[in-house]
Design a binder for this molecule. Structure first.
Ligand SMILES: [Zn+2]
Length: 138
């Protein structure tokens, strides 16, 4: 993947992790990556497609891995994971007291699998909000 594509994906995401919606500047010790939302191992064509790429912090990138689905903790049902290109973040997540709350089966399953509310991540999110930062909601 070349630098032009990396830069396009980074700028499209407004320099924020597309799962947590927190910017790189709020997490200076965590590097961000360009992620294939659908891991290349699942695809016939492994060419670069911007619609299949997302900007993600290293924790989201690692926890999501090649997973496409997980289990809704409320119902035990298998559901697709949040897809930054086809789902709207605010349809599936909200932020309350620094915690990311899953509003739908997709939101709950993704928040749990990506460990969005691990204590250190909540601490970073609260610090960012206290310093006047915002969680990118659209
Ligand atoms: Zn992230």
């Amino acid at each position: 993947m070349n630098d032009t594509i990396r830069d396009l994906v980074r700028r499209r995401a407004d320099d924020r992790c597309e799962y947590l919606h927190i910017p790189q500047e709020a997490t200076p010790f965590i590097s961000f990556h360009i992620k294939h939302v659908i891991a290349k191992q699942h695809l016939e064509n492994d060419g670069v497609d911007l619609s299949g790429l997302a900007y993600a912090c290293d924790r989201c990138n690692a926890f999501k891995g090649p997973n496409l689905s997980s289990i809704d903790p409320n119902t035990g049902e298998k559901v697709d994971l949040y897809h930054p290109r086809t789902n709207v973040w605010s349809d599936h997540f909200a932020v309350s007291a620094g915690m990311i709350v899953g509003l739908t089966p997709i939101g709950r399953a993704t928040a749990r699998l990506l460990r969005m509310n691990d204590p250190r991540r909540v601490e970073l999110r609260l610090k960012w909000l206290e310093e006047g930062g915002n969680i990118w909601i659209y």
